[in-house]
Design a protein around this ligand. Sequence first.
Ligand SMILES: [Zn+2]
Length: 138
Amino acid sequence: MSDHAGPLPVPTPETRRYWEAARRHVLELPRCRACGHRFFYPRAACPRCLSADLEWVQASGRGTLHTFTVVHRGARDFPLGTPYVIAIVELAEGPRLMTNLVDVEPDPARLRIGMPVEVVFADVSADVALPRFRPARA
Ligand SMILES: [Zn+2]
């Protein structure tokens, strides 16, 4: 368990399943039963067809770095400490999510758009694990 000083997610009816899966170190995505669309963030209806007939599916945890920024002057008490990387990862399943890139040198010259990444989970409290991403290992 890390010394997490930052804010923690507060699950809503739409996101509770996501956070419960994350606590088990499983990345899950909502999928629309009507049109098959997988999306993120979790919400009550499919953003493509507006169906409320949704299910949860396990994601591979793999994706690519879509974009990123390196933060040198962050919010006070942010748990990662500066500098850190805020990233948008495009999952292999298609949806993109905002996360942190970890286990990397937070140096833009060493990061590459499109680089393969994989999920890792940070247990930040007894009830919460946060999905983060690191460069994919073979
Ligand atoms: Zn749909």
